[in-house]
Design a protein around this ligand. Structure first.
Ligand code: PMP
Ligand code: GLN
Length: 414
């Protein structure tokens, strides 16, 4: 086994997808919409299949299909108030997942330290380790105490002294995720300014995973950290067509930033993936063109989707609370973290051999209640896994009838 793979184990996704296949629960686990994506998005693929241009079925430009990088450059040039060169400042990847991989492999050297905020999207840690880097973790902590009313994702915060203490001359990179998976936190301007200040002070790269950039609720503002003073030249921002257009199976993502940083990603991409599927990139490009024409208007999918999702968020928060759990109300994204510990006396976890209580709880729920969630300790480093054990993560970008079923299952639970 090569050194870079030592200690790698199958991810929570592999385990929980197998569990869902075996027990066929109502699956509120892995994050994907179970309803149809917008018609103009899915139908674009049918149009492409029928298009008389045969080249739509052949290899396209390795760093990104030209029509797609052009659409992205138009979109983000406006959003970040900077002219993006579609050929040098953007890379198209196999999902945001590969964008993360190419960014980390393209910048982290053996011994470099990378700051990761916990809980974190689980692949950050193994990717950093595979590059020979050293992850340095800091957990978001709940600042409210028991019984003070609903918890908001904004109540999960970094301890400033602890955060500052992580930065040193070996720090190469910080990975930020806003809106956040799994908490739903949308980092506010003050928090982002503090991160930016420390990045500038210690000459650190910022990787900003913004795959849920359009999914913000209640007037929360998604701020792109690359737009803060002095940050453009040190930030790589990641996005995902799967999240943007509700087609997670398409696995098209992107990274954008200054050419001198994106070049390193292009090299990793060229040496591993080379080029992403042409028809899918063409479909994403056409879909962006539709949205660019109505950006900011009420009919924009980027506004209608969060409007719709907010209803589902509130519905889920209510049925989880009614069942006795304590949800954190997310300001963004499509996941909800809930404290299940008030229900501990209703479950018998002795039959589940897992090390962590949230794994026991979610497995027991899948097998005995027919409802699947994700154990959040998967999103913590080994020493901090206990911080996730009282929680379960549920996904709310699901058909109303499925949310109704989940509500019923929990309501009937004695
Ligand atoms: N980052 C975060 C925070 C995510 O939740 C996901 C979802 N899978 C990804 C990256 C990867 O996105 P993609 O499906 O486009 O690879
Ligand atoms: N982002 C999704 C989630 O967090 C999907 C994860 C995955 O498939 N790796 O559930």
């Amino acid at each position: 086994l090569p050194k870079r793979l030592q200690g790698s184990t199958p991810s929570v996704w592999n385990e929980y997808i197998a569990l869902a296949m075996q027990y066929k629960p109502l699956n509120l686990g892995q994050g994907f919409p179970d309803d149809a994506a917008p018609e103009y998005v899915t139908h674009s693929l049918a149009d492409i299949a029928k298009d008389e241009n045969p080249l739509l079925h052949q290899y396209t430009r390795g760093y990104g299909h030209v029509r797609l990088v052009q659409a992205l450059s138009k979109l983000y040039s406006g959003l970040v108030s900077k002219e993006l060169n579609p050929l040098t400042d953007i890379l198209i990847t196999s999902g945001a997942y590969e964008a993360l991989y190419s960014t980390i492999m393209g910048h982290v050297d053996v011994g470099d330290e990378v700051i990761i905020i916990e809980p974190f999207f689980d692949c950050y840690e193994p990717m950093v380790k595979m590059a020979g880097g050293v992850p340095r973790f800091i957990p978001l902590k709940l600042r409210k105490t028991e019984g003070e009313g609903p918890i908001s994702s904004a109540d999960w915060v970094l301890d400033d002294a602890e955060f500052e203490g992580l930065f040193n001359s070996k720090t190469k990179m910080i990975i930020l995720n806003t809106p956040h998976n799994p908490i739903g936190k949308v980092f506010n301007r003050k928090e982002l300014e503090r991160i930016a200040e420390l990045c500038r002070k210690w000459n650190v790269l910022c990787v900003s995973d913004e795959v849920y950039e359009w999914l913000v609720f209640d007037g929360a503002e998604h701020i792109r950290i690359c737009t803060l003073p002095g940050m453009w030249d040190r930030t790589i921002t990641l996005g995902s067509a799967g999240k943007t257009f509700s087609v997670t199976g398409w696995k098209i993502g992107w990274a954008y930033g200054p050419a001198q940083l994106i070049r390193n990603l292009q090299m990793v991409h060229q040496n591993s993936v080379y080029t992403c599927p042409t028809p899918l990139q063409e479909g994403v490009a056409r879909s962006f063109e539709v949205e660019l024409a109505r950006l900011g208007k009420p009919e924009s999918y980027f506004l209608s989707l969060p409007r719709e999702l907010k209803q589902k968020r509130d519905y889920m928060a209510k049925f989880l609370s009614d069942a006795g759990m304590r949800p954190t109300i997310p300001e963004g994204g499509y996941f909800m973290l809930a404290d299940w510990s008030p229900l501990a006396n209703k479950v018998d976890l002795s039959s589940e051999p897992d090390k962590h209580r949230d794994y026991k709880f979610t497995k027991w729920m899948t097998k005995n209640m027919g409802l699947q969630g994700i154990p959040p300790s998967a999103f913590y480093s080994e020493p901090n896994k206990p911080l996730g054990e009282d929680f379960v993560r549920y996904c709310f970008i699901k058909k109303q009838e499925n949310l109704d079923k989940a509500a019923e299952l929990l309501a009937k639970w004695k």
